[in-house]
Design a protein. Structure first.
Lengths: 168, 190
C-alpha cells in the first residue's frame, strides 16, 4: 500500500493545491481523497484510469466543500496560508528554475476554473475529455477555459520569453 | 496581420483544428511574426509547466505516513465490523438450533387454524322438527323442517354464486301464533 500511496499522493496533493490554493486545505483534501478511494477501490474498473479517478474524487470533494462553505457564508479558498508555488527542480540551471517557479506562480494566480483546467492539461497531460470528466464540465467549457488560461499566462509571462523570442 | 487567422491561434495551439485548417494556419504563421512569437511563447510556458509538474518539492514528508495511518485505521475498523457481524450471525444460528433441538415432542410445528364462528345461528329452524344429521355438516345442503310443509310455498332464487342459493318461504295457512313470521331479510339460507 505504501508504494501505491507514494505513487499517487504527490500527484493528488499537487492537484489539490491547484484546487484549494492552500497548503493545509490541500493536505486535508489529499487525505480525504485517498481515504475515499480506498473505501471505494472496488468501483475502479480500469486500474489504468486510477489517476483520473483520484482527481475526480478530489474535485468532487472540493466542490462539495465549497458548496457547504458558501451556504455557511465562508469562502474556503481565502486563507492566510494562500499557496504560491515555489517548485524548483534541482537538476536545472538557475534561470530555468526561476522560470519554472514563475510559470507555476502565474498559473496559481489564474481564476479557479482556468487554473484547474490548465494544470490538468499542461502538468498532467489529460485530454479534453478526461478533464471534462474530472471536473464534471463540458468539453467545450474545457476548451474555452484552456484558451483563456493560456492567453492570460502569455500576457503574464511576456518577459520570460523576451530573451529567447525577441519581439519582431 | 490577418485578424481572422490570428483568432485561430488558441485552436492551433490546442491541436483542435482540422488538417486543412491546420495547414492554412501554418502558412499564416510564416507571414505573421506576432502569432509566431505567441506560439513560441506558449510552447515555452508549456515546457516550464511540465517541468514544474515533476518537482517533488511541495509534498509534505509526513503526508504519506498520515494517510497510511488513516487507511490502516479504517481497514481495522472495517475488519472489526465484519467480525462483529459474523459473531452476531453465528449466535443467531446457534440460538435457533438450540430452540429447535430442545422443543418438546409433539409440539405442533404450525399454529392451529383460526376458525371464525358467527355469533348468531345462520338458520333458524322450526323447533318442532328433528334436525337431520346432514344439516350440521358443511354446505351445500341445508334442511329446514317445517311444522306443516303443505302450508308453505318455497321459492328458490338463483344467485350469481354457484354454491349459494336463497330460498324464500311463504306461509299459506294456519300460521302458528307462537311463531311470528320473521322479517324477509332474515330468511336467506346460506
Amino acid at each position: 500500500m505504501r508504494g501505491l500511496l507514494g505513487q499517487y499522493v504527490p500527484r493528488v496533493y499537487r492537484f489539490a493545491l491547484r484546487l484549494t490554493g492552500n497548503r493545509h486545505a490541500a493536505e486535508d483534501l489529499t487525505q480525504d481523497t485517498l481515504l475515499r478511494a480506498w473505501r471505494g477501490r472496488r468501483r475502479l474498473r480500469d486500474p489504468q484510469a486510477a489517476r483520473e479517478w483520484l482527481f475526480q474524487i478530489a474535485a468532487n470533494l472540493w466542490r462539495d466543500r465549497l458548496r457547504r462553505e458558501k451556504r455557511r457564508g465562508n469562502h474556503a479558498e481565502l486563507s492566510a496560508d494562500d499557496y504560491q508555488s515555489t517548485a524548483t527542480p534541482p537538476e536545472q540551471e538557475a534561470s530555468d528554475r526561476e522560470d519554472v517557479g514563475r510559470a507555476l506562480a502565474a498559473m496559481d494566480r489564474l481564476p479557479r476554473r482556468q487554473r484547474e483546467v490548465l494544470y490538468l492539461h499542461a502538468c498532467e497531460e489529460l485530454s479534453l475529455k478526461e478533464i471534462a470528466e474530472v471536473l464534471d464540465i463540458s468539453p467545450d467549457a474545457v476548451k474555452a477555459n484552456l484558451s483563456l488560461a493560456r492567453k492570460r499566462m502569455r500576457r503574464q509571462l511576456k518577459d520570460i520569453c523576451r530573451d529567447r523570442f525577441p519581439a519582431v | 496581420m490577418n485578424r481572422i487567422e490570428c483568432e485561430q491561434l488558441d485552436d492551433y495551439l490546442g491541436g483542435w483544428l482540422s488538417q486543412p485548417q491546420r495547414e492554412r494556419f501554418a502558412a499564416h504563421l510564416a507571414d505573421c511574426p506576432e502569432c509566431r512569437r505567441e506560439c513560441q511563447q506558449q510552447q515555452r510556458i508549456d515546457v516550464l509547466l511540465a517541468q514544474g509538474a515533476r518537482c517533488p518539492e511541495s509534498v509534505p514528508g509526513e503526508l504519506v505516513e498520515r494517510i497510511e495511518r488513516e487507511v490502516g485505521r479504517f481497514s481495522r475498523r472495517r475488519q472489526l465490523q465484519w467480525a462483529g457481524g459474523l459473531a452476531a450471525a453465528a449466535l443467531l444460528v446457534l440460538a435457533v438450533g438450540i430452540g429447535v433441538a430442545t422443543r418438546p415432542p409433539g409440539t405442533p410445528s404450525e399454529p392451529r387454524p383460526m376458525v371464525r364462528r358467527p355469533s348468531q345461528p345462520v338458520v333458524q329452524e322450526a323447533p318442532s322438527g328433528p334436525v337431520p344429521e346432514e344439516a350440521t355438516k358443511s354446505p351445500p345442503e341445508v334442511h329446514v323442517a317445517l311444522g306443516d310443509p303443505s302450508s308453505a310455498i318455497l321459492v328458490r332464487k338463483q344467485t350469481a354464486a354457484p354454491n349459494v342459493s336463497i330460498v324464500w318461504i311463504y306461509p299459506t295457512a294456519k300460521r302458528a301464533p307462537a311463531e311470528p313470521l320473521p322479517d324477509d331479510d332474515s330468511f336467506p339460507l346460506y
